[in-house]
Design a binder for this molecule. Structure first.
Ligand SMILES: [Zn+2]
Length: 303
C-alpha cells in the first residue's frame, strides 16, 4: 500500500522507533528489500536519489515501486532523496512520488527556508510529504558532496520548521555520507539531538548512517575488490539515536557494499557462468541480510 512518509513517520514518532529508507537503483535492489519488509511486516520508505533517476529513468522507478506496493500489505512510501533540482522535485511530486526531500542545506539559512517553503506549498496541495535538511551532514555520495560537517542548531531548527511547515527534518549530528566516512570511531552528538527533539515535534531523519559492516568489506576485498579501510556508525550509536528521537534512517552504502560482496564472490567462484540471474541473485541475497538486520535494529517489524 503506497502512502506518505508523513503517515509512516508520525506513527514511528509516536511509538519511538525508526523506519528504514532504502535507496534503490533497479529491480535487483528493490526485490530483496520488499521481500524482507513483507516477511517482517515492516513499513518501509523506498527512496531514489537524483543519480538513480539519471541511471534508471524516473518512470521505470515509479512503476517498479507502484507494482511492488500493489502486491504488498505493508505501508510503503516512495521518496525522492536529496532533491536539489527544483524542476525535478516538482516532477517527482507530479508523477507519483508520495514524499520528496528538498535539500537546500548548502544555501544560507533564509534561502533554505524560501526554497523549502516553495516545495512544501507545492507538495502539500497534492498530499505529498516533504523532508528538508538543516546543517551540513558532510561526506560524499551520489550527487551529494560536502567537506565540512556543520551540526544542526536546535533553536534554528525550531525556527526553520515553524517557517517552512516541513513534515520531517534531516539533522546533522555527526554522521557522514558515503562509504568513506570516518578514519576513527565515530560518535554522534546525542545531547544535541535530544535538544532538537525537545523543541520540535516533526519526525527527525538521520542521513549518512550506514554501518559499513567490516565482514562485508573484507569479503569484497577477498574476492578481488579494493575497498579502502573505512568505518561506519556502530549499531550501538544508531540505537542511541533512535531512543533520542530519530524516526527515519537512510541506508544506501550498506546495500551497495552488500550487493557487491555477493556479486564478487559469485563471479570469482563460478568463472564459467554467464547467466546474469545467478550472480545478481547472489547480490540480492546479501541485501536481504542487511535489510533484516536494520529492521531488527530499528524496531519497526510488525508495525
Ligand atoms: Zn543524505
Amino acid at each position: 500500500m503506497l502512502t506518505t512518509t508523513k503517515k509512516i513517520l508520525t506513527k514511528a514518532n509516536k511509538n519511538n522507533y525508526a523506519v528504514p529508507a532504502f535507496n534503490i537503483n533497479n529491480l535487483e535492489t528493490l526485490q530483496p528489500i520488499m521481500k524482507v519488509c513483507n516477511q517482517l511486516k515492516s513499513p518501509v520508505i523506498i527512496q531514489t536519489s537524483e543519480g538513480a533517476i539519471d541511471y534508471a529513468g524516473i518512470e521505470n522507478l515509479i512503476f517498479l515501486v507502484k507494482i511492488a506496493s500493489l502486491k504488498s500489505k505493508i505501508p510503503i512510501a516512495l521518496h525522492l532523496d536529496h532533491g536539489k533540482d527544483m524542476k525535478l522535485i516538482k516532477k517527482a511530486i507530479d508523477s507519483g512520488y508520495t514524499s520528496v526531500m528538498i535539500d537546500a542545506s548548502h544555501y544560507k539559512f533564509h534561502t533554505n527556508i524560501a526554497l523549502t517553503k516553495e516545495i512544501v506549498e507545492y507538495a502539500h496541495k497534492k498530499n505529498v510529504s516533504v523532508e528538508a535538511e538543516l546543517g551540513t551532514i558532510g561526506g560524499k555520495e551520489d550527487k551529494v558532496k560536502s567537506k565540512e560537517i556543520l551540526l544542526t542548531d536546535p533553536e534554528k531548527a525550531l525556527d526553520f520548521v515553524k517557517k517552512t511547515k516541513v513534515d520531517s527534518l534531516a539533522v546533522a549530528i555527526g554522521t557522514s555520507h558515503g562509504a568513506y566516512k570516518f578514519k576513527t570511531k565515530p560518535k554522534l552528538d546525542i545531547k544535541r539531538l535530544k535538544q532538537i527533539k525537545k523543541l520540535i515535534s516533526v519526525p527527525l531523519v538521520l542521513h549518512g548512517a550506514s554501518s559499513i559492516p567490516q565482514p562485508i568489506v573484507k569479503k569484497i576485498n577477498k574476492f578481488g575488490g579494493k575497498v579502502k579501510n573505512t568505518k561506519g556508525n556502530p549499531d550501538s550509536e544508531i540505537k542511541k539515536a533512535i531512543s533520542a528521537g530519530i524516526n527515519k534512517i537512510n541506508i544506501d552504502s550498506d546495500l551497495r557494499l552488500a550487493f557487491t560482496s555477493g556479486l564478487r564472490e559469485n563471479l570469482k567462484k563460478n568463472p564459467e557462468n554467464f547467466d546474469l540471474r545467478k550472480y545478481l541473485n547472489a547480490g540480492k541475497l546479501e541485501i536481504e541480510k542487511i535489510v533484516r538486520h536494520k529492521i531488527n535494529l530499528f524496531g519497526c517489524g510488525n508495525q
